[in-house]
Ligand binder design. Structure first.
Ligand code: G3I
Ligand code: 9MR
Length: 586
């Protein structure tokens, strides 16, 4: 039953993989082969890692074996093993980039260690990309999901939120109520947080601005499919309609809609907890202004009056933020308001990046000089986008629309992205696992995806094959070429998370997870160590291996909309470029 369901819910590509009989299972503790379990592009870079917890001085041979004919098709020598402290292991690279024949293969390292079978194929990410966007549909709050669009994961509506209370610290009249239905659940919890929704929605809007042609009407099997509008824009609009409910009469924007404490592990329709409208801050207000201004620009052709309303709300939010430049949302401490609130904090105290991001979006939507961007507005340092740091989103918009900005401004934005890209390229080339530098904080899995995003902009500025090949190789990490041996996307790869910290997946009575979700990944903070203790704890203390596929591991195995948005835009870049054929640079 479990296999039948998994097969139902995933791609034909993975179906092919799973039905092939592995030559031997890959679970060797001391020595393993880590590779992209979904596969490699025929003309792309192809590297696997032979990892070992013991040092070996001898270099070994490896072979590529055709998994169906069981004959050797390629032979090579591993690089000299290098110690990687974050994973506490020795890593040697098996490079078979020169082999370009499509098919199903296994790698064998001298001494008899075998990988699981994997494909070389041109369409390795088609289904994964589709599933990763469809996760947003599965995160929809307040409506039922029907079998036509959700398959076995159909469910009843919960959290209708037609009339919810304001938290008392907002100072509204005692019996005041508001409506805030719709939008996407943030993550494994049922909360909806404007701050995290901001970076998420912006990345998805940017996916539309850059690669929208991949998601035409009908491509995502949504209830709105067939309405003549891009399915990606339809899905994003579900979130935007919720955004609209989050603005107060004075223009300020509330922080979140959550219960006071996290709900239990139940289905939405069975959750008895009462959600509240909570907080109001500079960060939420500017996140809102940026997203709504961006939406005003992209939905103009689809629905003029919707776009105009988005703009009006964005401008009102901006005006509030100009008068309230540093209102932080804090909770749970003795000195703060919202003492009784325990749900996600998304605490941010630096708002310059949010100001820049919102101003850039408003400028592009209005071309009004009151929003014009000067070189002094740009950040000193480039950081890839996260919920707390959004300056890159402004830089990206400037680069994509450079004709609207002063040359000095757009040139500086480009140089920042190019310099960051050179840094990434250097890091990847020097790294035993061929990834960029990771710090293993909560949600570390977005780090290589963000590197792909950065490289995609360097490629936009001035195309070079190395940006593409490095991006292709960085994606290997997500799908299994990492020290945990997991492909981090549910339903994709030979070993992927089966037990994410996600209330719906925990309560739906269906064994396999919903496909297409990226888990947070290794987290050196291990903030959930206590909850995990009685289930055996983490498999390793090494930061790069601080990952556990267990429902109790909310610090390494939760899913979240912002992380999935990073996956969507990175995969979209690769899929968009696929037609251009990917070559390893000489
Ligand atoms: O900012 C510090 C940094 O200065 C320091 O170097 C680093 C070292 O660990 O920590 C940084 O703070 C971390 C912060 O994220 C910023 O990245 C905290 O340790 C870490 O605990 C915090 O984790 C956040 C987590 O909530 C706990 O608050 C995650 O970023 C955030 O993605 C996650 O979001 C949750 C929501 O609250 C609720 N919904 C689910 C969602 C996903 O897990
Ligand atoms: O389930 C919660 C998850 O959605 C949050 O991201 C996470 C961090 O805020 O917290 C989880 O809730 C845990 C709580 O913080 C501590 N006790 C255990 C809870 C998980 O079962």
């Amino acid at each position: 039953m479990r296999h039948a369901l998994i097969l139902l819910s995933i791609s034909a590509t993975s179906l092919f993989l799973m039905s092939a009989t592995p030559l031997q299972s890959q679970t060797e503790d001391a020595q393993s082969i880590r590779m992209n379990q979904v596969g490699y592009f025929p003309n792309g870079p192809k590297r696997a890692i032979f990892s070992s917890i013991h040092k070996s001085d001898t270099q070994k041979h490896f072979r590529l074996i055709d998994a169906t004919g069981k004959k050797e098709v390629f032979r090579g020598i591993l690089t000299k093993p290098e110690y990687w402290k974050s994973a506490d292991e020795w890593a040697a690279i098996a490079d078979f980039s020169q082999f370009t024949q499509a098919g199903l293969y296994v790698i064998e390292v001298q001494g008899g260690v075998l990988s699981a079978p994997f494909q070389i194929h041109n369409h390795i990410y088609e289904y994964a990309l589709n599933a990763s966007v469809r996760t947003f549909y599965y995160q929809r709050a307040s409506i039922s999901l029907d079998a036509k669009h959700a398959g076995p994961f159909s469910r009843k509506a919960g959290h209708l939120n037609k009339s919810i209370p304001y938290h008392k610290d907002l100072g509204k009249a005692q019996n005041a109520r508001t409506a805030s239905p719709g939008g996407w659940y943030d993550a494994g919890d049922f909360g909806k947080y404007i701050v995290n929704a901001g970076v998420t929605t912006s990345l998805l809007l940017m996916t539309h601005e850059r690669f929208g042609s991949i998601f035409p009407d009908g491509s995502l099997n949504l209830p709105e499919s067939g309405n003549g509008t891009s399915d990606l824009l339809d899905e994003i609009r579900y979130e935007l309609e919720w955004f609209k409910t989050m603005q107060d009469a004075d223009g300020g924007v509330f922080f979140k809609v959550t219960p006071l404490k996290f709900a239990g592990k139940v289905m939405p329709a069975d959750d008895p907890s009462l959600q509240h409208m909570i907080g109001k801050s500079t960060s939420s207000t500017l996140n809102f202004a940026a997203v709504m201004a961006y939406a005003a620009r992209l939905y103009g052709d689809v629905d003029q009056s919707f776009a105009q309303q988005c703009l009006q709300q964005a401008e009102a939010a901006w005006q509030w933020a100009l008068k309230n430049t540093s209102i932080r949302y804090t909770q749970g401490t003795k000195s703060s308001n919202y003492k009784d609130v325990q749900t996600g904090g998304y605490g941010d105290q630096h708002f310059e990046d949010e100001f820049l991001w919102a101003k850039t979006a408003l400028f592009l939507a209005t071309k009004d000089s009151k929003y014009s961007i000067s070189i002094d507005d740009l950040p000193e340092k480039y950081s890839a986008p996260t919920w707390a740091q959004v300056s890159a989103l402004a830089l990206y918009s400037i680069i994509l629309n450079e004709e609207s900005f002063a040359k000095k401004v757009s040139e500086k934005a480009k140089v920042m992205v190019q310099q960051a890209s050179v840094k990434i390229l250097k890091e990847v080339m020097a790294h035993p696992y061929r990834i960029n530098q990771m710090n293993y904080i909560w949600g570390s899995n977005i780090v290589p995806l963000n590197a792909i995003l950065t490289l995609s902009f360097a490629n936009h500025i001035e195309a070079h094959p190395v940006y593409l090949t490095t991006s292709v190789e960085l994606m290997d990490y997500t799908f299994g070429k990492n020290p945990t041996g997991y492909s981090f996307v549910t339903g994709f790869g030979t070993k992927s998370p089966l037990h994410p910290h996600h209330r719906i997946m925990m309560a739906d009575g269906i064994e396999p997870p919903i496909p297409g979700f990226l888990v947070g990944g290794p987290n050196r903070g291990r903030q959930d160590a206590n909850s995990l203790k009685r289930y055996g704890g983490y498999p390793s203390q090494a930061p790069a291996k601080s990952y556990r596929d267990h429902t109790a591991s909310y610090a390494s195995n939760e899913v979240a909309i912002n992380w999935n948005a990073s996956l969507v835009i990175a995969l979209s870049f690769l899929e968009h470029q696929r037609a251009l054929s990917i070559h390893e640079p000489k």
